[in-house]
Design a protein around this ligand. Structure first.
Ligand SMILES: *Cc1c(COP(=O)(O)O)cnc(C)c1O
Length: 399
């Protein structure tokens, strides 16, 4: 079959083998086990010689449709899924890294990932080297010293820094390192790390893939060989995606292209609008020409994503007044939903870090993370305007 465009794939891909009874929509199969009358058939499926399902911790038809859809969206050989994005990350690292191994990554990874790097991996005698995000020379130098895994996230949370995947993946190949990229912020609509040289791509499906903030999930795509290893680790350790969550994520993914196109547009318009507001200090969005990673983002991304962040004069004092005034934003820890979501980075993505750790990562205490929803842009701008106008004079004058 001719390969279709991503919007069409988001709707149709991966579902056929999980349909039943002539249903046009993938059914939610809640059964934890799958029965067999033929003992030989059962055995053949159990040992993997024949397609089929045995037990819900391993595989499930609804979950399989989710895995197939993300596999096809990322144009990968294989995919597997997890109960959360963090489970995707911890199970992948747990599969690949052993005591004495070395991993190179960046300082600006997602807060939970950063905790794995700074707390859990060192406990297992795994050496972790975290480079300044965006410092390609430093990353290359550390990779060339030898490492088992190069772990990237681009754009990063919350200051949306960009790493040139193709450039550092080339260096990783020289030392035989496995390149893992967290593609949560970009989604397969905006960026395909496998095409840029990555070996494995991770998603927190909880965010843009699902898009409706009503289901947790994670995904991993890449070569059959690597994905099967991680699948085996996951099936035994048990961080399985729930069938109901898989269904909700599947339904959300049907509108992925529509949503991401709109979120790309809205985020860029909001970033440009914030630049015109006096009390706004700094705006971070890779779609702005002055953003440090703009040129790289322009070549490796098809769109700049729905995430931006900005800092305001007066720090947390201003944030405390400003955010509660917004009528069309949830003040919450998640991102990537159809509704606009705002929150201070110190309370959301980087709550696990100390103020010193945040400062070291270049995250001001008053940094606001803004996840653009799919609302009408005029309303979002208007909402920000009225919130800024409502600030007490003491704050605006101080600015
Ligand atoms: C949210 C997030 C995760 C973790 O995903 P959960 O589904 O919350 O476990 C990992 N990476 C990034 C970039 C995220 O935004």
């Amino acid at each position: 079959m001719k390969k279709t465009n991503i919007g069409t794939r988001a709707i149709w891909a991966g579902e056929k083998d999980s349909l039943a009874f002539g249903a046009t929509q993938v059914p939610v199969v809640h059964s934890v086990s799958f029965g067999y009358d033929d003992m030989d058939d059962w055995y053949e499926v159990a040992v993997g010689n024949k397609e089929g399902h045995i037990y819900g911790r391993n595989t499930n038809p609804t979950v399989q449709a989710f895995e197939e859809k993300i596999r096809i969206l990322e144009d990968a050989e294989a995919a597997t899924s997890f109960s959360t994005g963090m489970a995707a990350i911890s199970n992948t690292l747990g599969t690949l890294l052993f005591p004495g191994d070395r991993i190179v990554s960046i300082k600006d990874t997602y807060g939970g990932t950063n905790k794995i790097f700074t707390e859990f991996l060192p406990q297992q005698h795994i050496e972790v080297e975290l480079c300044d995000t965006g410092d390609h020379e430093a990353i290359e130098k550390e990779v060339m010293k030898g490492c088992k895994v190069l772990y990237l996230e681009t754009p990063t949370n919350p200051t949306v820094k960009i790493t040139d995947i193709e450039r550092v993946a080339k260096v990783a190949k020289k030392v035989g390192a496995i390149v893992v990229v967290d593609n949560t912020f970009a989604t397969p609509v905006n960026q395909n790390p496998l095409a840029l040289g990555a070996d494995l791509v991770i998603h927190s499906a909880t965010k843009f893939l699902g898009g409706h903030a009503d289901a947790l999930g994670g995904a991993l795509v890449g070569s059959k060989e690597l994905v099967e290893k991680v699948y085996h680790y996951r099936e035994i350790n048990g961080a399985t995606l729930d069938p109901m969550a898989a269904y909700l994520l599947l339904r959300g993914m049907k509108t992925l292209k529509l949503r991401i196109d709109r979120q790309n547009e809205n985020a860029l318009a909001i970033a440009r609008h914030l630049k015109t507001i006096d009390i706004v200090d700094d705006v971070f969005y890779p779609g702005l020409e002055e953003h440090k990673g703009h040129d790289i983002a322009k070549t490796q991304m098809k769109g700049f994503g729905g995430m931006l962040s900005f800092s305001v004069k007066g720090g947390m004092d201003t944030v405390r007044h400003l955010l509660p005034k917004l009528n069309y934003s949830n003040r919450a820890a998640n991102l990537g939903a159809v509704e606009t979501i705002v929150g201070p980075a110190r309370t959301t993505s980087h709550v696990e870090c100390t103020p010193e750790e945040r400062a070291a990562m270049g995250i001001p205490e008053g940094l606001i993370r803004y996840s653009a929803g799919i609302e009408d842009i005029e309303d979002l701008k208007e909402d920000l305007n009225q919130a800024f106008q409502s600030l007490p004079e003491s704050l605006t004058v101080k600015g």
